[in-house]
Design a binder for this molecule. Structure first.
Ligand code: HEC
Ligand code: HEC
Ligand code: HEC
Ligand code: HEC
Ligand code: HEC
Length: 168
């Protein structure tokens, strides 16, 4: 554990620059398709895990494949011109066999070990770290994802707070 701490401290100047990225956002990035969480989750009652199905078994919650979307959008063309336009973009990526270049919203630096699995197992809800995604048109980062933020909850929940749990 001590060696882990020393290794981390030696890397500090680089880290200080990188860690400036950890901030909440007022709005999310522009995505290649205007996929709306509120339309899917709130209006159409879909569960988060329908699309983010690796969240309880792996490090990554994962972004769904185009195939998952097409399970419905082969048939659902959209009820308004705006929806139809966006769904046609989706169908275009599918027809051309191109991956959708989704822009990443959340990330922790590489020297931090984060995994969804232990959190899902301990029943920490998505909303505690991502806010009310079900009401968002576009997902944005609402928490700082800073070390202090991780540690505050770990101490409240009596989870591990050894350096080596998150840095190795
Ligand atoms: C119909 C599929 C679908 C459902 C259901 C869904 N999502 Fe998503 N989610 C996506 C797609 C596609 C993206 C990538 C585009 C974006 O960021 O909007 C995404 C992105 C995200 C991101 C941002 C990922 C990043 O890049 O950091 C979070 C957080 C998220 N979803 C959480 C949730 C939560 C919480 C729920 C349930 C309340 C949920 N999602 C339900 C498809 C879905
Ligand atoms: C379980 C079925 C289902 C799945 C899976 C699904 N959708 Fe949808 N989607 C819907 C329904 C229902 C609507 C609402 C249609 C309407 O009201 O006209 C919708 C609407 C949309 C719209 C228009 C509204 C908006 O969000 O901008 C887009 C774009 C869209 N979906 C993209 C996607 C993408 C991308 C995926 C995969 C990540 C996906 N959908 C997965 C059922 C689904
Ligand atoms: C303890 C806090 C926490 C909880 C609980 C949590 N997330 Fe995350 N999520 C994060 C962090 C931190 C990242 C960035 C991870 C990285 O950079 O590796 C992230 C990234 C994501 C991403 C981007 C793709 C990926 O897998 O890295 C998606 C999608 C996502 N979360 C969805 C969800 C969903 C859905 C739930 C609930 C089932 C959930 N998250 C619960 C903290 C959390
Ligand atoms: C809202 C509360 C909360 C937040 C925020 C949170 N965690 Fe956790 N974390 C937990 C809980 C609860 C556990 C499970 C503890 C257990 O199983 O004993 C856990 C477990 C972990 C584990 C596994 C520990 C082990 O025993 O193997 C790691 C690694 C981890 N968290 C890293 C992070 C990182 C990195 C962040 C910030 C980016 C973070 N966590 C933010 C509550 C949280
Ligand atoms: C629960 C997870 C967690 C634990 C435990 C943890 N850290 Fe961190 N640490 C993080 C996260 C997340 C970041 C990235 C913060 C950012 O990007 O703003 C970080 C960043 C750092 C940085 C970079 C500078 C900074 O402050 O952003 C150093 C140095 C560091 N940690 C050292 C330590 C040491 C030493 C310990 C033990 C006393 C420790 N960490 C314990 C999650 C953790």
């Amino acid at each position: 554990m001590q060696t882990a701490a020393i290794r981390i401290l030696l890397a500090l100047p680089v880290l200080a620059v990188l860690s400036a990225c950890g901030r909440a956002q007022a709005e999310g990035p522009t995505q290649p398709i205007e996929f709306m969480h509120d339309v899917h989750v709130t209006d159409n009652e879909m569960e988060c895990v329908y699309c983010h199905f690796t969240v309880d078994r792996s490090e990554e919650a994962g972004i769904p494949s185009t195939e998952t979307c097409m399970g419905c959008h082969r048939f659902i063309r959209g009820s308004t011109p705006e929806y139809q336009e966006q769904i046609q973009l989706l169908q275009g990526f599918w027809t051309d066999s191109l991956p959708i270049p989704w822009v990443r919203v959340h990330s922790v630096p590489e020297f931090v070990q984060f995994s969804h699995k232990p959190h899902t197992r301990a029943e920490v809800e998505c909303v505690e770290c991502h806010g009310e995604v079900e009401t968002m048109e576009q997902v944005r980062q609402v928490e700082s994802l800073s070390m202090g933020w991780c540690l505050e909850c770990h101490r409240d929940e009596e989870a591990e707070d050894d350096c080596a749990v998150c840095h190795y």
